[in-house]
Design a protein around this ligand. Structure first.
Ligand code: ADP
Ligand code: MG
Length: 453
């Protein structure tokens, strides 16, 4: 090998080593994201897959986010799980920094953007399902964000809890910000407004407080019903309102009742609230609920069959918030396997059996299963993991779940002190097998017959 060869060999070597390093860093990064999804299923979002590795160097991991709102969301809501995941994957303490990729706020880290309203990345118009119950509220929010201060001012949205008021208000802010990045936007819960007001009084900084509120282009206050019985804050709110209104700044408010029905609000305030557009959100119809289930599932990267979505929508009845809880349970069950949620699986995970039988005990089930498969009860309850034991054990869990009212924890407890996730996995596995294997299906039918006779 002559000198030239050596140097080009060395260059090549350097290149591959570099490439390997990049490969490794990317693999580590991907493993961290996967781990976060497991550690924090409630906050995991399908757009986590669009997070990018900016830099992994020593103890510092910089993560690129699609926009500044998602960077703020991650920093606020998910930092603990990212830290934990990074530590588990790398074995070291890692400092994590979220950086926005968007051109509007290029290079800003999440910390620098905290002056911007904290908007939930899922609460966009795209992710809002429009139905007869919320058509007017949605349309007026869209109109307002297209031309703030010019259409309906103030816009007052009301409806009971969980109807999507906060979602719409976030979407208004986001849309206004996207179409006019320079717009000064203030988004506050009513409580925050009151607290800041009280602080300003205590610290003698009322004039700053007034200036801050009276110079914005869009002021959004969520849950104004909390203004009741806050005389002083009501007064300040009234003046802020008038100043903004005269300025043609947009005001958007939400409450759990129409302006005239919020107790203890003075008439001069409620008549102000009424002078623009008041839009009510009603409880969604079943069809809208099903569509919301599908939308929420897609946001988490989950596949839900049509009849499973129908089933989940029926289970949570009118409370949209419960959809999130139901999906979190289901997510924990399928993990990151990408398995489609069938109606059977949804039924098992959400704990509703059509014919739960109070007279059947887990002992009955264990007895039937041990005699059918000719295994010993002690083995079912032991740590043994051979196929001949694992399968009957999982069948016990599945049958206990589908034939009785016992909780996942109780079932796990009866089968050797196993935790609820183990029981859920067993149920998920047997549900899958029941669909794919005729043999298992026959066995389950036979066992069910013996147990319920
Ligand atoms: P509210 O502020 O009226 O109590 P939220 O805005 O907090 O309700 O909504 C509760 C949950 O329901 C949120 O996860 C929100 O995204 C969801 N949600 C409500 N209505 C809809 C809808 N029409 N489309 C999609 N999601 C919705
Ligand atoms: Mg709300």
């Amino acid at each position: 090998m002559n000198y030239r060869d050596v140097s080009s060999f060395y260059a090549l070597y350097k290149l591959t080593v570099r490439k390997n390093l990049v490969q490794d860093a990317r693999e580590i990064f991907e493993a961290i994201i996967d781990r976060v999804k497991v550690l924090d299923p409630v906050n995991s979002r399908s757009w986590f897959d669009s997070l990018t590795l900016k830099n992994l160097n020593g103890g510092m991991l910089e993560i690129g986010c699609p926009d500044s709102q998602s960077a703020v969301f991650l920093q606020d809501t998910c930092i603990a799980s990212f830290n934990m995941a990074a530590q588990q994957i790398t074995g070291h303490l890692v400092t994590i920094k979220f950086i926005s990729d968007s051109k509007l706020s290029k290079g800003k880290s999440a910390k620098q953007t905290t002056g911007e309203p904290k908007l939930h990345p899922d609460y966009t118009f795209d992710n809002f399902v429009v139905g007869p119950c919320n058509r007017l509220a949605h349309a007026s929010c869209v109109a307002v964000s297209k031309s703030p201060g010019k259409t309906y001012n103030p816009l007052f949205i009301y409806g009971t809890v969980g109807m999507g008021k906060t979602h719409l208000l976030h979407a208004v802010c986001r849309e206004t910000q996207n179409s006019n990045p320079k717009a000064k936007i203030l988004f506050l819960s009513c409580e925050e407004f009151v607290n800041r007001f009280i602080n300003a009084i205590e610290q003698g900084s009322m004039s700053e407080f007034k200036n801050q509120y009276r110079t914005v282009d869009l002021l959004v206050i969520d849950d104004v019903q909390f203004l009741r019985e806050r005389d002083q804050s009501q007064e300040e709110f009234f003046h802020t309102f008038n100043a903004l209104y005269d300025n043609q700044s947009q005001i958007v408010l939400s409450a759990d009742a129409p302006p005239g029905e919020i107790p203890s609000l003075p008439e001069r305030l409620t008549s102000r609230f009424k002078c623009g557009l008041v839009a009510r959100i009603d409880a969604p119809t079943h069809e809208t609920m099903v569509a919301i289930v599908q939308k929420k599932a897609r946001l988490r990267g989950m596949k839900v069959s049509e009849d499973a979505a129908e089933y989940i929508a029926g289970r949570v009845k009118a409370n949209i918030r419960e959809i999130e809880g139901a999906l979190t349970t289901l997510y924990a069950l399928i993990g990151t396997t990408g398995q489609e949620i069938s109606k059977e699986l949804a039924k098992i995970a959400l704990g509703e059996n059509e014919t739960p039988n109070k007279n059947i005990s887990i002992t009955d089930i264990i007895k039937a299963v041990t005699s059918y498969y000719d295994v010993r009860q002690a083995d079912l309850q032991s740590k043994k993991r051979s196929q001949s034991i694992t399968m009957p054990r999982q069948i016990c869990m599945y049958l206990a779940r589908s034939l009785t009212d016992y909780s996942l924890e109780e079932i796990g407890g009866h089968l050797g002190g196993r935790d609820h996730t183990t029981v859920m996995h067993a149920c998920s596995k047997i549900t899958g097998l029941q669909q794919s294997s005729e043999k298992i299906q026959l066995q389950l039918t036979e066992l069910t017959k013996r147990i319920t006779k």
